[in-house]
Design a protein around this ligand. Structure first.
Ligand SMILES: Cc1cc2nc3c(=O)[nH]c(=O)nc-3n(C[C@H](O)[C@H](O)[C@H](O)COP(=O)(O)O)c2cc1C
Length: 401
């Protein structure tokens, strides 16, 4: 087979993944407003497992009710979520797949309307230029509560039968906020130095380890560049953090970039679907949205494998810890090269699987050698519009839900 390197198994902790393909976490807009999974959401992952995606990481799961980013985000914040999550894991296992739950807390990257109070962040003060949220800086008790929430969520993941967990430390969410000198301006033990900014993630890792069986994969998705207006995580700071994570014994690191509205287009390079994104905004935000998004248009042209340079930089500090690269991986030849030249151990994708759930199987069968995704980003606009995510490349729905 031409692309056999892509179909070699990979071990993460004590779990064997059948090939090198990873479904990168993708918010589906498919959960109930209570946070419970739906049949539609389960169906999505059953199909992907049938499509032979080696490791499936569904869209992020909020670990605490104050850490919820979106109305139809799946929850893992309460034991009542366990039966639905058990069905989700079971469906993937029935099809022979492996499933890892991504645990997330939005921190300041949400709204009062979503969580019923002012969003929390490592530091208060500055107003987010898009959400218009002026977050409240967390006190020691709130920080401990968030850390414990990650631990409790990990326990629920184990009870639901997940094969592993991934901590979402990318894209501007709470862990990323603590890691970033742009968002974290604290002067206490949680900020002020790289070591202190890392403490929140370090504490979460110990809590999560306590709650999960030995060998169960604990993965981290990390930004290698925040692309914030002032310096946040840079590639060199990311390398420092990656080195620490590897020493702490994580079982895999996925490298991404971009944080929230400051730089979401760095995360998802391609077209800026201005019209579709503006449609999803409340009336009063439309003018500013049109202006901000209009300025972005044309500046984030798609590039193949746009986090590969970062992966090359991070890989040497990781030792034996597997690295997954995500972002613009589209051509099987490019994926194979990343594995053969050993700057990545796994190939993670999001948008290609929205368009083609059977992409992996078709590559294995020699029916294709590249994703048909054109990175129009209408799937991303669907999430912003509260519309279940699917490929809307040809036509974008006129109204939400
Ligand atoms: C609709 C949509 C939802 C996403 N939701 C998540 C998420 O829940 N967690 C996450 O870490 N990344 C999320 N991402 C980012 C992807 O995982 C991935 O990092 C990014 O799309 C770049 O990879 P790609 O070029 O293969 O799409 C999302 C992306 C899209 C398009």
């Amino acid at each position: 087979m031409m692309f056999s390197a892509l179909f070699a198994p990979m071990d993460l902790g004590s779990v064997r993944i059948g090939n090198r393909f990873v479904h990168s976490a993708t918010y589906e807009v498919m959960a109930l407003e209570t946070g419970e999974v739906t049949d539609r959401l389960i169906g999505r992952y059953r199909t992907l497992a049938r499509g032979e995606v080696g490791l499936i990481i569904p869209g992020y799961l909020y670990v605490h009710s104050l850490g919820r980013a979106y109305r139809h985000e799946t929850g893992i914040h309460d034991d009542r979520m366990i039966p639905g999550l058990t069905r989700l894991a079971g469906a993937v296992h029935e099809e022979g797949g492996k499933i890892v739950f991504q645990l997330a807390h939005a921190g300041r990257q949400t709204t009062k309307a979503m969580i019923g109070r002012t969003p929390l962040g490592p530091s208060g003060g500055d107003r987010d230029p898009f959400y218009f949220v002026k977050p409240r800086g967390m006190d020691g008790g709130q920080i401990q509560e968030a850390i414990r929430a990650f631990g409790a969520a990990a326990r629920r993941a184990v009870e639901a039968g997940a094969d592993g967990i991934q901590l979402h430390a990318a894209h501007g969410y709470l862990i990323n906020q603590f890691l970033s000198p742009f968002f974290n301006r604290r002067k206490d033990e949680w900020g002020g130095s790289d070591e202190n900014r890392f403490r929140f993630l370090g504490e979460i890792l110990s809590e999560v380890k306590r709650e999960t069986p030995q060998g169960m994969p604990i993965l981290v998705k990390l930004n290698t560049h925040d692309h914030t207006p002032r310096e946040g995580i840079t590639p060199s700071l990311a390398a420092t953090y990656a080195g620490r994570l590897s020493k702490l014994g994580i079982h895999g690191l996925e490298v991404s970039c971009g944080s929230g509205w400051y730089s979401f287009m760095n995360m998802c390079r391609g077209e800026v679907p201005v019209k579709e994104l503006v449609t999803g905004l409340p009336l009063w935000k439309k003018p500013v949205g049109r202006l901000m998004l209009g300025r972005m248009a044309g500046k984030y042209g798609f590039e193949g494998g746009y986090n590969i340079e970062a992966a090359k930089r991070i890989k040497p500090v990781l030792g034996d810890t597997p690295l997954f690269v995500v972002g613009g991986m589209r051509k099987a030849a490019e994926m194979k090269k990343a594995l053969e030249e050993r700057y990545a151990d796994g190939i993670a994708m999001s948008r290609p699987f929205i368009r083609e759930p059977f992409l992996v199987r078709r590559i294995r069968e020699g029916k294709t050698d590249a994703s048909a995704c054109v990175s129009c980003n209408r799937c991303l606009a669907a999430a912003a519009n509260d519309i279940p995510v699917q490929c809307y490349c040809r036509e974008f729905p006129a109204s939400a839900r």
